[in-house]
Ligand binder design. Structure first.
Ligand code: SAM
Length: 287
């Protein structure tokens, strides 16, 4: 079967299964299998696929037709220019979270760290390690504590850090609270993309998210704010005065967050939008 025939048949199959952008999805899987940039497929329409390539591709297309996310099928994703492995043990890093990373860089580049040897950062709910690793790659003096409750997520995050040679500056730690950390104000910055979807909304998520991404990474409790409340309480003890907490939040939660990050411990400095112009990132100052 030729490249063009594979694209056409796969696209037809994915259309029947109700998959969004079916031709693009088919092309991305084919390009990965042939180890070609996607646009090169157009110069190779008549190329014949080998039987072993077709076997793998049939399996991938079938999985995608069952709504499994493309990133889990291919096993990797690009986050802020950093290639990361992903599996169904971790949330797939999102473009919104790249905006959070950008704001974190801007803050760190504009400020002298508390410790002359470099900034100390906490990434709470690290998942694949995307924020911790992107920050460590961009800021060679930064040291990061990356916390997650999920052991399989931490194993993958550490593997990703090793691939990018930043594992010596990231300490991975399994836990569900910061209570075990020293309460002295030693952190320059806290970043977090915690689970923030209200429990009752989980059932109406698109199947790619609802049926494949870890529930632990999604469920933010009855109003989606459970993690923000504990973060506000616990991070206040570890963050230096004038330090920032940058956290991603869900649709409409910006109205509720100022009552969680409130004086005298916190001041909401800004709410930043994501690339779709929706309020998405909380910037809170430790007073
Ligand atoms: C929304 S994901 C974010 C992952 C990653 N930071 C990102 O931006 O792609 C939330 C992460 O929080 C972790 N998590 C859930 N409950 C937790 C808890 N009680 N304590 C610590 N981490 C938790 C999940 O395992 C998951 O990896």
């Amino acid at each position: 079967m030729t490249v063009l025939e594979v694209i056409q048949r796969s696209t037809d199959y994915l259309v029947r299964k109700g998959i969004e952008s079916p031709r693009l999805q088919a092309e991305l899987m084919l390009a990965e299998q042939l180890r070609l940039p996607r646009l090169q497929l157009y110069l190779n329409h008549d190329r014949e696929l080998r039987e072993d390539q077709l076997t793998v591709l049939r399996e991938w297309i079938k999985r995608r037709g069952g709504h499994e996310p493309l990133q889990y099928i291919l096993g990797h994703v690009n986050f802020c220019g950093v290639e990361l492995e992903v599996s169904s043990n971790v949330l797939i890093p999102r473009p919104e979270t790249e905006v959070l990373a950008e704001h974190a860089w801007q803050f760190l580049e504009a400020r002298e760290p508390l410790h002359p040897s470099g900034a100390i950062i906490l990434d709470f709910a690290t998942g694949s390690g995307c924020l911790a690793i992107a920050l460590a790659c961009r800021i060679p003096t930064a040291r990061i504590l990356a916390v997650d409750l999920s052991w399989p997520a931490l194993v993958l995050a550490r593997h990703n850090a090793q691939r990018h040679q930043v594992a010596d500056r990231i300490q991975f730690w399994q836990g569900n609270s910061l209570a075990a950390l020293s309460p002295m104000a030693w952190l320059d910055l806290v970043v977090s993309n915690p689970p923030y979807i209200p429990t009752s909304d989980l059932a109406i998520l698109q199947p790619e998210v609802r049926d494949y991404e870890p529930r632990l990474a999604l469920d933010g409790g009855p109003d989606g704010l459970a993690f923000f409340r504990s973060l506000a309480r616990e991070a206040a003890l570890c963050l230096r005065t004038g330090g920032r907490l940058l956290a991603e939040f869900g649709d409409g939660q910006e109205a509720l967050l100022p009552s969680v990050f409130s004086p005298p411990l916190w001041r909401v400095e800004a709410i930043r939008n994501d690339n779709a112009n929706k309020p998405r990132i909380l910037v809170a100052v430790r007073e």
